[in-house]
Design a protein around this ligand. Sequence first.
Ligand code: ABC
Ligand code: CA
Length: 509
Amino acid sequence: LDASSMRARSVYQVVTDRFALSNDSTTTACSTSARQYCGGTWKGIQSKLDYIQGMGFDTVWISPVVSNIGGTTGEGQSYHGYWSLDVSQLNSNFGAEADLKSLISALHSRGMYIMVDVVINHVAATSNSDFQTSSSYGPFSVQDDFHPFCWITDYSNQTNVEQCWLGDTSVALPDLNTESTTVVNYWTNWISQLVSNYTIDAIRIDTAKHIRADFWPGFTAAANVFNVAEILDGDPAYVGPYQKNATLNPFNYPAYYPIIRAFNQTGTSFTELSTMVSSIKSDFSDPTLLGGFTNNADNPRFENYTSDSGNICPRAHPRLAARLRLAARLRLVARILAHARTQLIMNAHTYSIVTDGIPYVYYGSEAGFKGGNDPDNREALWLSGYNTSSTMYGFFKRLNAARQAAGNSSSSFYTTQMNVSSLSTTELLISKPPLISVLSNRGASSSTSTNLTIPSSASSWSSGTTVIDAVSCNTFAVGSDGSLSIGITNGQPRVLIDNSKKGSLCSAS
Ligand code: ABC
Ligand code: CA
């Protein structure tokens, strides 16, 4: 359960079915709204490891690997992998056992890690109140292996959350009886076998809040690798105890919602986010092990909140459009707004990489994907052509390099909690020495650079130090009193580190 091996890692999340095809096609059609298998495989992922590693990610989180229910339901097919059937078998849509092992050894030979998604709470079925298990469910072949049917109806009632069923009348998720010793023993044995058979480095635990908290210590001990757990709730007082008492490292859902609100439009106050950072410090035992993210497979991509019809200047755009009849002027306005969106998107993505916790970046963020709610946020990456020269690809590469440079130059970087404070009404200062970041939501339209002062107390830089900004690769000189006077250009974030500690950051390409 050694967490230290994961602290320095940066995770890239793929939806296996949507990341890469075995035949390397970049034109095969994939309709997200159809909710069907599009053909992505483990072999496909293996063929694209340069692409992932080239962006600075060193851990790949893949979709659940076990066999799923077949056929097409009212909610499409099981392409996402969360509709387990027989957990003792692999999902043949993603390849054969040898392909999975080959992917994992290819990762390991690059010094990269594999993180596998595991679903312990339920299986799936197209029946509900009349659900009868059968031998097709592999180990869970008797009715006592399941909680009796009832839908989850009351999220304020934890027993209801733990012992009733997720899903709906199209696809029910029969809830495993994790109070049964037989089921518990099966799972502990299963996870230790899975981890050792495939040499898995870390697991992502699905629906963790839907199983009693005291199930997890035994399970995570049997897994004996790092875990990150999905406890989908925005309340830190609800999520925190799972880390304090149940050996899980939750995704930082409490920070996620304030992050979205801080950056989905210009000029929003950072108070909600800063207050949340304080709550997280008191509600969790170790905020530096939480899973930070801006996008994932279950929420609209951040880019979607800031789409053309989104809420950046919600009123200004139509009003200007009506007034300025000249097409050229409209194009100019559109360009300025698009630019503002890009800057907010960059700032939002920067947060999880420069703050406490392990960063999880969802595939397609580098490709500018902006799909909304499930299933639209699961676009086929091959259609982007795996472009390594896009702005966002280079951006993630530099952010990862900055984080790594900070960790390499200071042994306590990953374990020491950050401090956040407001630098101005539209700038948030994040002090996590040796990395000092300024996030902004002023937007690009205020293109004139504004001078802000980062006090020496936040950075511990000494007079005359040269610092480099990972975003622009520009350097700046620290003033005689140790403070740094710096501007925000085009609403871009600043991610600063002592130039003598920069490692490979901002070196050629
Ligand atoms: C399918 C369709 C969707 C359709 C849905 C109803 O059914 O594809 O279009 O909308 C998998 C697939 C999905 C599929 C589902 C169900 O199975 O990926 O495509 O959706 O068949 C995990 C995974 C997720 C996975 C499953 C199932 C579980 O990450 O990818 O989905 O294995 C609950 C669970 C959470 C689960 C989520 C889907 O449902 O807790 O683990 N995700 C509140 C509740 C949460 C609840 C959430 C959504 O609503 O508290 O427990 O999540 O229903 C905050 C509050 C939160 C609140 C949020 C919305 O707002 O603090 O409490 O969450 O402010
Ligand atoms: Ca349950």
